[in-house]
Write a protein that binds this ligand. Structure first.
Ligand code: DC
Length: 243
C-alpha cells in the first residue's frame, strides 16, 4: 500500500479545526478522523453504563469501557459507537463537561492512540481515502484533528497545523453550533459557553499527559478573522507545496 499523506491539525476547542479538517478531507478525498469524538464516545459510553468517570475509584472501569468501545467513522463527519450513530449525542454539554477526566486517563489515551495511529496508516477501516491525482500519482491521505496529534500521535505527520483563535470568537462559534443543534432547548448563555471553553482550555493545556501544545514543526494558523473557506484554502496550499 502506498504511504498515506497525514495531516495533523491541533488546537483548542471551537477554533474551527473540526469543520476545517472535515471539509479539507472532503476536498482532498482524504479520510477524516475526529480524535475528540473518540474521547466523547468513551465519555458517552461511561454515562450509558452508569459509570462516573470523575470518581477515581472507577478508573479501571473507564479503561475497560474504552477497550471495548468500537468507534468508527462510517461516512465523513459521522461517528458510530458500537454500531450506533452517536454524532449528535456526543456533542451534548453533559458530555463536554465530563470529558476531561476521560481525556486525562493515560490508559484510555493509550488505547485510543493505538487505534488513531492504525487508522491514520490505513490499517483499520474507519476513515477511507480515495485521494487526489498529482503528477499522474494518486495521493491518499488522512486528516486527523485533536490536541496531541502533531506532538504524540503522529509526530512524523507530513503536515502539521496548529489552529488558534480568540476565545470570544470561539465561544460565539460554539454557541451558534449548539443553537443550531438544540434550538429552543439550549439552556446555556454565550458567557457560560465561554467560561466552559476557558476551563477546558486550561485543563487541556496544563494536564501532565499529552497536553495541548504546538509541535515545533507545526504551522500556526490564526482563524479569528478567517472564513472556513479561507482556512481550507490556506491548508490546501500547504498540502500541494509538500506533495
Ligand atoms: O475537539 P473536541 O472539543 O471534540 O474534544 C473534546 C475533548 O477531548 C477536549 O476537551 C480534549 C479532549 N481531546 C484530547 O484530549 N485529545 C485529543 N486528541 C482530542 C480531544
Amino acid at each position: 500500500m502506498s504511504r498515506m499523506f497525514r495531516i495533523a491539525i491541533d488546537g483548542p476547542g471551537a477554533s474551527g479545526k473540526s469543520t476545517t479538517a472535515k471539509l479539507l478531507a472532503k476536498k482532498l478525498g482524504f479520510g477524516y478522523i475526529d480524535s475528540g469524538a473518540m474521547f466523547r464516545a468513551v465519555t458517552l459510553k461511561c454515562q450509558q453504563s452508569g459509570i462516573d468517570p470523575s470518581n477515581i475509584a472507577n478508573k479501571d472501569k473507564v479503561t475497560e469501557i474504552a477497550q471495548n468501545a468500537k468507534i468508527q467513522f462510517p461516512t465523513l463527519g459521522q461517528v458510530e459507537l458500537d454500531g450506533q450513530n452517536v454524532s449528535n449525542l456526543i456533542r451534548n454539554s453533559n458530555i463536554t463537561r465530563n470529558i476531561s477526566q476521560v481525556a486525562s486517563n493515560p490508559d484510555v489515551r493509550n488505547i485510543l492512540a493505538k487505534q488513531q495511529r492504525a487508522m491514520a496508516n490505513g490499517e483499520l477501516p474507519g476513515a477511507q481515502s480515495t485521494g487526489f491525482i498529482k503528477h499522474d500519482k494518486i495521493i491518499k491521505g488522512v486528516v486527523m484533528d485533536g490536541r496531541d496529534i502533531g506532538t504524540v500521535i503522529l509526530p512524523n505527520a507530513e503536515l502539521k497545523v496548529f489552529i488558534v483563535a480568540d476565545v470570544r470568537i470561539r465561544a460565539q462559534r460554539r454557541f451558534d453550533e449548539l443553537k443550531r443543534r438544540q434550538g429552543a432547548n439550549l439552556k446555556e448563555t454565550l458567557d457560560e459557553v465561554e467560561r466552559d471553553l476557558e476551563e477546558r482550555d486550561l485543563a487541556d493545556r496544563t494536564r501532565s499527559i499529552a497536553p495541548l501544545k504546538k509541535a515545533d514543526d507545526a504551522v500556526v494558523l490564526d482563524t479569528s478573522h478567517l472564513s472556513i473557506e479561507e482556512q481550507i484554502t490556506a491548508i490546501e496550499e500547504m498540502v500541494y507545496q509538500r506533495v
